[in-house]
Design a protein around this ligand. Structure first.
Ligand SMILES: [Zn+2]
Length: 322
């Protein structure tokens, strides 16, 4: 790979689309964001993204050679390059051929996957998973996403959609309602929104004072729960303990499936650091099959959160080009 070679990483979120030119070392040479406007058809977003790419190209040193485009987007089918039934992009067709739409404008390789898979490849190329062949990245944002790497490759499965740990069940008796239509899914407990739901339950069960009691549900955020826990609030600390217990239990199951050397936590709730890592680590060890104990590291992601989405998408296409 020559030093003049670059790729474009594009992360399409429900509200914002971020894109940037990234070199093989993981340096973001230029980046920008635009509103996704998910009520518009996919074609319209692709046209606006192309305009943004040409705009960024004018800022870059001449002579750079564009090698490919990596895209992170919810509900992506990696094998087909399509996006299927994305709930947060209502203007898109049930199946949108995203790779095909980009091929109309660029005669370059295009790779599409979901944001958690992109985060896993980003960790492998540019972050704390360098040199690891077996690891899992868990993204703890609004929901819980996961990218599983086994034998050095992302696990896509027969249907291209493997690894949705967020929608495995933790409560067989029912449990919290999930956006996917099921009940008791992991992400309704272990995510930025999940811990806020746990705080609401604890506040209803208890009578002790808590700074979180003053907040309405709309003002309750994972960041505020972290701040209260750091100040020693027992309700907030209990919420982290319960979240870590459920997450640790399901991660112990995941360890049995692929035998990772490490699991990395990424995203909004992972910003709480040891507040979430410590209880998750404790419960992970307790729930692990004894033969696996003491062998799996639970660590924070080493990717800069500000550029993570673009880096993950760029890492996806770098990885495929190699
Ligand atoms: Zn679900």
């Amino acid at each position: 790979m020559e030093s003049s070679h670059v790729v474009i990483g594009i992360d399409i979120g429900g509200t914002t689309t971020a894109l940037g030119f990234v070199d093989r070392g993981g340096k973001v040479l230029a980046k920008t964001t635009l509103p996704t406007q998910g009520f518009e058809p996919a074609e319209t977003l692709v046209l606006r993204v192309c305009d943004a790419i040409f705009g960024l190209q004018r800022e870059l040193t001449p002579g750079l050679k564009l090698q490919g485009i990596g895209i992170g987007v919810p509900n992506a089918n990696h094998a087909k390059g399509t996006v299927e039934g994305p709930v947060n992009l209502p203007g898109w067709d049930a199946v949108s051929d995203l790779a095909g739409l980009f091929h109309r404008h660029f005669q370059l390789p295009v790779a599409v996957t979901n944001d958690a898979n992109a985060a896993a490849i980003g960790e492998m190329l540019f972050g704390a998973a360098k040199g690891l062949r077996d690891f899992i990245v868990i993204t703890l944002g609004t929901g819980l996403g996961s990218g599983i790497v086994a034998n050095g490759e992302l696990v896509y499965g027969a249907d291209g959609a493997a690894g949705e740990l967020g929608h495995t069940v933790v409560d067989p008796e029912g449990g919290r309602h999930c956006g996917c239509g099921k009940q008791g899914c992991l992400e309704t407990y272990a995510s930025a929104t999940g811990i806020c739901r746990t705080v609401a339950v604890l506040l209803a069960e208890r009578r002790d004072p808590s700074p979180l009691r003053q907040l309405g549900l709309a003002q309750l955020t994972a960041k505020r729960v972290s701040e209260a826990a750091l100040a020693g609030d027992p309700t907030a600390l209990e919420a982290f303990e319960r979240t870590g217990r459920i997450l640790g239990m399901k991660l112990a199951d995941a360890v049995a499936h692929t035998g990772p050397a490490a699991i990395f936590l990424f995203g909004g709730l992972a910003m709480a650091g040891e507040l979430i890592l410590a209880p998750t680590r404790t419960w992970l060890e307790k729930f692990l099959f004894p033969a696996y104990r003491g062998k799996v590291k639970l660590l924070p992601s080493a990717i800069d959160q500000g550029s993570a989405a673009v880096l993950g998408a760029a890492a996806l296409i770098w990885n495929e080009l190699e």
